[in-house]
Design a protein around this ligand. Structure first.
Ligand SMILES: C[S@@+](CC[C@H](N)C(=O)[O-])C[C@H]1O[C@@H](n2cnc3c(N)ncnc32)[C@H](O)[C@@H]1O
Length: 255
């Protein structure tokens, strides 16, 4: 038997054309409406898992926020060898006068190190928990640090001025943002063209990393979420014992 096409090669008769056109138009309109609805929400809901909030973004359930009662855990001495903070800050390769944001700064474990790295620049330490900001305020006063700016963000907005930063760092924080799409859109707006996002997350692909699943991320997932807001993946460095160090860039204007 000769192979046959499953579609008719003939043009339909003229009388049938308006009906076909109308059907095609309606299909297009409903597809556009579906995209708009998806764009408006970006999120789905499910019954919450143990550490999750039951809100799903691009297939990933968002984790609960680590409360300020965990502040001491963020400052645990073993973190120096577990998360190599000095190497993280060095790998960001910041100019001494850079403006940097530490989003989800917590107790300032990274923000204070960043402030040292940019003596002629500024560090915006953003967090939604006033208790975390209070811890940083005390420490700033005790250490006489004057290039750290404390910022009380909201769940969907880091409240940074557009075009005001050269780089943004997020360590063990992004996976708990309740509005990742809105946060990242605002962070991209706050970056200067060519500015960079440094995302540090526990390796989701590695079952031997003893961290709860929703507090880890795979590089594939992170890349999906970052490119969805217009960032370009530059590289992922794996010099950390248990985390990915991922670099993304806001395209230069016109680039
Ligand atoms: C696990 S802690 C990590 C803190 C810090 N980055 C570190 O590595 O020590 C995550 C922090 O992100 C903050 N956070 C969660 N959602 C946030 C949001 N939408 N905007 C800013 N901070 C947020 C939490 O309040 C918490 O202090």
């Amino acid at each position: 038997m000769p192979r046959t096409s499953s579609t008719c090669p003939h043009q339909p008769p003229p009388a049938a054309r308006p009906l076909i056109l109308l059907t095609a138009l309606l299909t297009l309109l409903s597809a556009a409406a579906a995209v708009l609805a998806d764009d408006a929400t970006h999120y789905e809901t499910k019954s919450p898992s143990r550490d999750g909030i039951g809100k799903v973004y691009m297939g990933r359930e968002i984790s609960q926020v680590m409360g300020h009662r965990g502040a001491r855990w963020l400052e645990r001495p073993s973190r120096i060898r577990e998360e190599l903070p000095s190497r993280v800050v060095a790998a960001m390769d910041l100019a001494p006068d850079a403006a940097v944001a530490d989003i989800g700064a917590g107790t300032g474990y990274f923000a204070f190190r960043l402030a040292e790295q940019v003596p002629r620049g500024r560090v915006f330490a953003v967090d939604i928990q006033p208790e975390m900001l209070a811890i940083m305020r005390q420490r700033m006063a005790a250490q006489g640090i004057d290039n750290l700016v404390l910022v009380r963000g909201t769940e969907d907005d880091p409240t940074l001025a557009p075009g005001s930063i050269d780089a943004a760092l997020m360590v063990d924080a992004y996976h708990e943002f309740a509005y990742p799409r809105e946060m990242m859109t605002a962070i991209v707006a706050a970056l200067r063209p060519g500015g960079r996002v440094f995302l540090v997350e526990y390796r989701g692909e590695d079952p031997s990393v003893p961290i709860k699943p929703l507090h880890k991320m795979t590089t594939a997932q992170a890349r999906r979420e970052m490119t969805a807001v217009g960032l370009e993946h530059v590289e992922t460095q794996d010099f950390l014992p248990s985390q990915h160090f991922m670099i993304f860039e806001k395209p230069a204007a016109g680039g």
